[in-house]
Write a protein that binds this ligand. Structure first.
Ligand SMILES: Nc1ncnc2c1ncn2[C@@H]1O[C@H](COP(=O)(O)OP(=O)(O)OP(=O)(O)O)[C@@H](O)[C@H]1O
Length: 454
């Protein structure tokens, strides 16, 4: 009876939460007991327990009630180690598995938990990340090691961790016996220091040398930390010698990590180094569309007006994490106030994020756009010519540089061919004066400003 109800509910949930959510959050749930109005589920990790109870508990309860199981409350619990004892005896102790509880739950395990949401399916591929994605995919196939290490780098929130987790999930699915270890460089250091303190350094070395795939996130963290670097270097070499795959991520290219030993830098550069470029409009829109699809499952009653996702993709250019945060807030807010998600609502609800994400305009961009607009050469912006047809656009560019950037007058002067700050001041005053009487100029200024501010 329990099985039957849960089976029906799972089918309903698949429809309402969507394939991705279902695979990540519902599929791993095991209905334990259904008594006295309480449905008790087993979940593999604490992280999942918190997420599922926050986001899906009520839907699950409603669906269960709909199929005739009178449920007042839904509870989730992570099996204790004693519960899981038989499975654990068979499992390799240091494996980063998608289903097994990790570090937080079991102190022996050195790996960090994998986020069930970070899979290849949920990773949107676009021009800026296609190479990194292709390389990660290749490693995830688990074939012979062709490049070692795979070094992924890029700015904050561009998907490095997501890709690494995706590789780990995929490898674990294809080859469940593979010992895949994922951890941050900070955790590596922490484990190392702990091993030193507890005089367990041999155990530490053995454990790290016994993995099949090692993934270390945010390796820039060990820069400047001498003994950790030393140990990392030896671990790295030992694994490469055994032809074991290593994946490393950092916020910059190996050569640019300050205070990282040269020998490590050069080791890191030996394999394939790929960067995740800042997102472009299409990629941001793709990510938003995918997330919105998931939210539609979560908030089926909510309407999303046309143009909202495009607006967000256009305006929030910082990083994917901010983009996701904005969408989460928008859906939560709209469902709270029971309104359709329109452009107005988005502007109200996300005013702070939109303000912080306002594009930073550079003086070079201003000079280029102004030169294009007035059909003069870019070099004339910094050159000495004083004829009106060139001097006026140059003054317009000076004015825009002052009003659209935070640069000081001497700095602007330097960017305009080393002119003195008084010349810049004069140019700005001239434009301020003229724009009140010259409607063409004032129109030009408005148009240029719109163009530059995006
Ligand atoms: N291409 C993408 N498709 C879908 N989601 C993405 C993509 N890129 C990033 N994300 C999402 O953005 C968030 C941040 O990504 P992630 O944590 O992987 O960034 P990171 O590069 O490791 O950043 P940091 O250096 O700050 O740790 C995650 O929720 C991730 O799922």
């Amino acid at each position: 009876m329990i099985e039957e109800s849960w089976g029906q509910v799972r089918n309903e949930l698949l429809k309402s939460v969507g394939k991705n959510n279902f695979a990540s959050w519902i599929e791993p749930l095991k209905l334990d007991t259904l008594e006295n109005g309480i449905a008790r589920f087993e979940v593999p990790t604490k992280f999942m327990r918190d997420w599922v109870s926050r986001n899906f508990a009520e839907q699950i309860r409603q669906h269960l009630t709909r199929v005739g199981a009178e449920v007042e409350r839904v509870e989730f619990h992570v099996p204790t180690q004693r519960d899981a004892a038989p499975a654990k005896a068979e499992a390799k102790p240091n494996r980063a598995s998608r289903n097994a509880p990790r570090a937080g739950d079991d102190a022996e395990l050195p790996g960090a938990p994998l986020d069930a949401r970070f899979t290849f399916d949920s990773f949107v591929v676009g021009k800026p990340n296609e190479l990194a994605h292709a390389a990660a995919r290749r490693v995830a196939e688990g074939g012979p090691v062709t490049f070692n290490p795979l070094f992924l780098y890029g700015g904050v929130g561009l998907g490095k961790t997501h890709l690494m987790h995706a590789v780990a999930h995929e490898l674990q699915t294809r080859q469940p016996d593979l010992r895949v270890l994922y951890l941050s460089a900070e955790q590596f250091m922490y484990r190392f220091v702990q091993a030193l303190r507890e005089k367990e350094i041999m155990g530490f070395k053995e454990m790290f040398r016994s993995v099949d795939v090692l993934m270390v996130d945010d390796v820039q963290f060990i820069a400047g930390k001498e003994s950790t670097q030393e140990e990392f270097f030896h671990t790295f070499n030992a694994l490469v010698d055994q032809n074991k795959q290593i994946i490393i991520s950092a916020d910059r290219a190996p050569g640019e990590i300050k205070d990282l030993e040269e020998r490590i830098k050069s080791r890191l550069q030996c394999g394939l180094v790929v960067d995740l470029h800042p997102t472009d409009y299409e990629l941001r829109l793709g990510i938003l569309q995918q997330k919105a699809e998931q939210y539609r499952g979560q908030y089926p009653a909510l309407k999303l007006a046309n143009g909202v996702l495009e607006f967000l993709a256009h305006r929030i250019t910082t990083n994917v994490r901010v983009l996701e945060g904005a969408l989460t807030r928008l859906f939560a807010f709209a469902s709270l106030v029971g309104r359709e998600i329109t452009l107005d609502l988005a502007q109200d609800c996300l005013a702070d994020i939109l303000r912080a994400s306002d594009r930073k305009v550079t003086i070079e961009e201003i000079q280029r756009k102004v030169a294009e607009h007035y059909n003069i050469r870019l070099s004339d912006m910094i050159g000495p010519k004083r004829v009106r047809t060139i001097a006026r656009p140059r003054q317009v560019a000076m004015y825009l540089a002052k009003t659209l950037t935070t640069r000081s007058l001497p700095e602007i002067g330097r960017r305009f061919g080393g002119r003195d700050h008084t010349t810049i001041m004069h140019g700005i005053r001239k434009v301020e004066e003229l724009k009140t009487t010259d409607s063409q100029l004032s129109e030009d200024l408005n148009m240029l400003r719109r163009l530059l501010e995006g």
